[in-house]
Design a protein. Sequence first.
Length: 266
Amino acid sequence: MKPFKHKNSLLYKITGKDLKRPSYLLGTMHAVCASDFLLSEKVLKALDKCSIYYMEVDLGSAQQIRLMEQQMSAMADISGGLSDSGKEELELILQNQFDLSVNEVNQQGPLTLINRMTIDAIDCDEIKVAEMELLKIAQEKGLKTGGLETALEQLDIAQKVFTGKEILRQLKSTGIYKELFDKMMKAYQSEDLHDLSILANDARFMSKRAYDILVINRNRRWAKSMPTLMESQSTFFAVGAGHLPGEEGLLQLLIEMGFVVNPVYR
């Protein structure tokens, strides 16, 4: 099947294949500067037509949030798999860049370090998380919430991805993080999925192994679960924009399953 041609939109309407009602799929930037954050009218209109709001993990569930917080510090040593010289290099970079030791990062969990690297790249006093802002609106409208994966599944994925080798690789690339983030932000504001796809695949940003685990494998699992979620009710899905484009992106996978996927412009 011919790959889906990326349109300049981050919001897509899903119909066909005997769906009784349309559902919607939104690509987000998980964290942005508050001054750059905007929920467009088309997104709010789509959310208003739905009865359930699905995120990557259910941020509306106190149990899921609690499980994530409890397990963060239980993750493996971030220096695991590194040689002695690699461990020394990791310790030195952490100390110089974040005034942290490997032990301190282990206590907090590697995701805390990755989040801090992201926040440093954004370089802003006030950060907004799109999924959380959408959650507030969804709850005000009385929508139910759900997650495409559980908090424990998400932490297991992080454990597989953020090995000592990958973390050291990312830390050594922090100089380009801001450059890449700025480009991604411009592509996001233009709703340019083509450019977002190229940037998300940038080898300087993430290794192929990490990309396969974080993006491709999850896309396949999510695409399999989405039809059942859409069968009986209009569902609003919000996931990272990097999951939408590409031959193995959610848009293409849904089309190959027989759904009609159209960009929403207004």
